[in-house]
Write a protein of this length. Structure first.
Length: 89
């Protein structure tokens, strides 16, 4: 049973009302399936994550510090970090 840790960074923490979630799955899970579960658990993130795999999306998803693709199969204890765009002046 894969256990996946999801970390919400920067302003996504406020939108999610937490800095991390832990998801436990009964079988293999892809990054896309994980994102669907995140949206289900944290509906306030839907507008930011529903098109996260589109080419023009600015949110970055890392798996253990490396860019993740939607069909990537996640492993037990993987850490998925969701990073929103940053701006400043």
């Amino acid at each position: 049973m894969p256990q996946i840790i999801v970390k919400y960074l920067l302003w996504l923490r406020d939108k999610a009302s937490t800095d991390k979630d832990v998801f436990i799955f009964q079988s293999e899970v892809t990054l896309k399936e994980l994102v669907d579960k995140i949206i289900e658990k944290r509906p306030t993130l839907k507008k930011f994550l529903e098109n996260v795999f589109d080419k023009n999306n600015n949110i970055i998803i890392l798996i253990n510090g490396k860019p993740g693709k939607q069909d990537k199969i996640l492993r037990n204890n993987d850490i998925v970090s969701i990073i929103p765009p940053v701006s400043g002046g």
